[in-house]
Each structure stands twice: as C-alpha cells, then as structure tokens.
Design a protein around this ligand. Structure first.
Ligand SMILES: *[C@@H]1O[C@H](CO)[C@@H](O)[C@H](O)[C@H]1NC(C)=O
Ligand SMILES: *[C@@H]1O[C@H](CO)[C@@H](O)[C@H](O)[C@H]1NC(C)=O
Ligand SMILES: *[C@@H]1O[C@H](CO)[C@@H](O)[C@H](O)[C@H]1NC(C)=O
Ligand SMILES: *[C@@H]1O[C@H](CO)[C@@H](O)[C@H](O)[C@H]1NC(C)=O
Length: 429
C-alpha cells in the first residue's frame, strides 16, 4: 500500500534574540571588516552516570511546563481569536542560556519568569538539565527528525568572557560565530543563512533591520519532522468546512481515518483529548473543546490538567477527522515576557555582566517564530492497513471526533512540550 500518502507533520521553530549595547560603541570596538567565522561544532559528550543525567533532565521538566502554559496565556490573550503557535522549550532554552551571563535582579527575574525556584533546584542543575535535554532531543530517533540548537553571533572584536563562552558551549552546544555588525546587511545575511540552513529552508529572512550597534545575537532553533505511527490515506481526504466561529467557516482539506487512539472526554471541562503517536518517541495531543468552551479549557490549561488527561487516555477505536494545515506564529517577546515579570533584562537596569564583564548589555530584541505544517507524505502506509482491519472487527460504532472547530495542540517528546498551539483558523497565515 506504499502508493498512499502518510501524514506528514513538520514543525519548525525558532527563537532569535539580539543583545544590543545600551551605549554607542567606542572606536576601540570597531571591527576591521574582516569576517571570521568560527564554527566550533561542539558535540555533547555524555558524561558518566546516565541515571544522574536523566535526573538532571527530569528536574527542569515541571518548570518548563509551567512556563509553557503561562506563556500560552500571554500569547493567546494578546492574539485573541488568532492562531497561536510557539515552541516553549525553545524559548526556555534561549533564556536559560542567557542566565549563564545574568546576575543579581536580572538573574532572579529570569529564574522566576521561567518558573525556576532556587529552593527546589540549583542553578547548576538547571544548566545540566538543559544540556541533557539538548542531548536527548538531538539523538537520532527512528521516524522523528528533530534537532535543536543554539548559536551566538558575536561582534568581531568584542571581549566576551571566556567562562561564558565555555559554559554556552558545554551546556548549550552553542556554536559561536564572529559577525561584522557594523555592516548590518552582511551580518543579517550571515545570521539568516544560518537559520535557513538549520531549518531546512523553512524560516528565511527572520532577522532584519539590525542596528549597527548590536553586540551579540543569540539564535535558538528547533526543527522537527515526524510521521504518524498510524497514517492517513490521501484518498480519504476531502474538502470540508472548518467552523472558525459561529459566523465564519472556511474550506479545508479534512483528513480522515478510523483507528485506535488514546482518547478521553473531559466532562468537567467539556473537551475531547486525542493522542496521536508519531513514529519514534513523540506524540501530539489534540484538545477539542465543545462549542463555546475554548476559554474554559484554556483557563484550565496547566501541567496538572495535561497529566490528568494523559493518565485518563483510553485506547479506543475512533473515527477521526483532522484538517491539513500550515500555521505560523511570530512573537515580539519583550512585551509578553515583561508581562511575566521579566523586566530588567530588557532595560538599562540589566545585569548581564557575566557575558562581557561589564554591565552595559541588555536584550533589545527577542523574536520567536514557529511554523507548523500538517501535511500528507507519500510513504509507509503499511500500518494503516492493519488498523483498518482492526476497525472492521470492532463491535461498537466508533465515536466520531472531528476537529472541525478551533482546537489546541501540544506536541510532546520525552516530557518536553516542543510545540504548543491553538488552531483557530487553519486557513489563516
Ligand atoms: C548514578 O547516579 C545515581 C543518582 O545520582 C546513583 O544513585 C547511582 O549509584 C549512580 N550510578 C553510578 C554507576 O555511578
Ligand atoms: C544587586 O541589585 C541591587 C538592587 O537592584 C543593588 O542595590 C546591588 O548593588 C546589586 N548588586 C550588585 C553586586 O550589582
Ligand atoms: C519556592 O519553593 C519553596 C519550597 O518548595 C516554596 O516554599 C516557595 O514558596 C517557592 N517560591 C516561589 C516564588 O514559588
Ligand atoms: C516522505 O517521507 C520520506 C521519509 O519517510 C521522505 O524521504 C520523503 O521525501 C517524503 N515525501 C514527501 C513527498 O514529502
């Protein structure tokens, strides 16, 4: 049955941050125009005790999840009635990396905004946790192609603390490049080419209008591509309506399959939860609130709620309809994060003295972009054949779960939320 298409889930996410100097640089910082790129392809060396590493990784999980849901609330309230699409783990990683250079109130606010409590976890454990997380996420995993990484673009000639560079390399596998920010088009091209390459061409020209006084740009990317364990058949896909709200509907390509999935109906919150596993070690959780219940479900969106859903999932035979879609989200994160208490790092009061030894740095730009595509892909439909046979043998008529109105999506892998989204209108850009 290899001629049929299997679904294709592609997700690309990226955080770009740039750090500016608060003051115009002096002549001594002038670069000589010589472009030196230095890509120290640092690879994580798994050190010693795997159990211990595992624990490091698990320890940051709850904080990352708390941050994800808090950030969701901010993003959703700002974009009322719009699609939401971001990678929580990607944002957390970028700022955790910055924490290596943050001190005093700046550090404290960053820890709080990212839901870390130093009475429960030590700073070293946080960075160990991210190191382990990056290592786990970048491991080759059959069927899932996922890579996440960081890069620093540093003004050529800037005196970055060697300790900071060592730490970002050893904990965050960060590549460091020297950039000529005095020539913004050249620096933009260098950064955008890097991002484009790392995201396989899906995110292009993200960085623009760089100021010539930028000192350092921090980029974090995550690239995810996976295939459903139980694929949809292309010939089952039909045009159908998606009800954006009570007055608006759009035509979508609705995929359809009958199969066994973990499902749960939350009576209290009035929503369906469907878990769709990918090949390899990842799954998507679709949350479909009953009509008019989106707000109620969003308000209850906490890690405890998701855990409860996951524990309650029951493998059932269902008739599942899911639209094909491609959505993206771009966030100017400063306002969102300021609302979450992260103030100083973006202001004159910033203390990022761990980076250069002097306190003249602040984060003056922070952009996050995520793109998600749900598509069909033309290989490996063997598993679906088996499932159709199982469906035929089933006694009860399967419940119909049709994602034809706004729904939520959580993409998970080894306890991390790689991606979180609200699909209000699959046809909106
Ligand atoms: C690994 O670490 C765990 C917890 O820190 C410890 O209990 C265990 O004995 C260690 N194993 C080895 C082989 O060192
Ligand atoms: C830390 O911040 C406090 C309050 O913002 C300030 O009074 C103090 O001088 C700072 N300490 C250092 C070492 O910069
Ligand atoms: C940090 O954790 C301690 C111990 O669990 C708790 O008492 C305290 O309230 C927490 N602080 C914050 C800001 O959540
Ligand atoms: C479908 O997936 C395979 C990997 O399983 C990939 O090699 C191929 O290029 C994909 N085809 C399309 C049309 O995306």
């Amino acid at each position: 049955m290899a001629e049929f298409s299997s679904p294709f889930f592609l997700c690309l996410l990226l955080v770009g941050l740039s750090i500016h100097c608060q003051h115009v640089l002096g002549q001594e910082d002038e670069v000589n125009g010589q472009k030196k790129t230095n890509p120290p392809e640092q690879h994580f060396q798994a050190k010693g005790n795997t159990t211990g590493e595992n624990m490091a990784y698990h320890k940051i999980g709850p904080s990352n999840a708390d941050f994800a849901f808090r950030f969701y609330r901010q993003a959703a309230s700002q974009e009322d009635g719009k699609n939401v699409c971001f990678s929580p783990v990607s944002i957390s990683t970028a700022f955790a990396m910055l924490m290596l250079g943050a001190k005093n109130t700046t550090l404290r606010q960053t820890l709080e905004a990212f839901a870390f409590n130093l009475t429960e976890i030590e700073e070293k454990e946080i960075h160990d946790g991210f190191r382990h997380l990056l290592h786990m996420l970048n491991q080759p995993d059959s069927g899932v192609q996922l890579s996440m990484g960081n890069a620093l673009f540093i003004k050529d000639g800037l005196n970055v603390h060697p300790k900071f560079l060592e730490d970002v390399k050893s904990f965050y596998e960060s590549e460091a490049f020297l950039s000529n920010f005095q020539n913004p088009p050249e620096a933009e091209k260098q950064i955008n080419d890097y991002i484009e390459k790392k995201t396989e061409g899906k995110i292009a020209n993200l960085v623009k209008d760089l100021d010539p006084d930028v000192l350092m740009v921090l980029v974090n990317y995550i690239f995810f591509k996976a295939y459903w364990k139980s694929p949809f058949f292309e010939h089952m896909t039909q045009e159908d309506h998606f009800f954006v709200d009570s007055k608006t509907s759009v035509k979508v390509k609705m995929m359809h399959q009958k199969g066994f999935f973990g499902i749960y109906h939350d009576e209290t919150l009035s929503c369906w939860v469907v878990e769709m596993p990918y090949k390899g070690n990842a799954a998507a959780l679709f949350i479909l609130p009953d009509e008019g219940k989106m707000k109620q479900v969003e308000d209850a969106l906490l890690k405890e709620t998701v855990r409860k859903w996951e524990q309650a999932l029951e493998q059932r035979n269902i008739d599942l309809y899911l639209p094909k879609f491609s959505v993206s989200g771009t966030y100017k994160m400063i306002t969102l994060l300021q609302n979450m208490g992260l103030i100083d790092i973006f202001s004159k009061r910033a203390d990022l003295s761990g980076i250069t030894g002097n306190p003249d740095l602040k984060v003056s730009k922070a952009t996050h972009k995520a793109v998600v595509e749900v598509d069909e892909n033309g290989t490996e439909a063997a598993a679906a054949t088996v499932i159709e046979i199982m469906v035929g043998a089933s006694m009860d008529p399967p419940p119909v779960i049709k994602l034809n109105r706004p729904f939520l999506l959580l993409r998970k892998n080894i306890r991390s939320i790689l991606f979180m989204g609200k699909i209000v209108n699959p046809k909106a850009p």
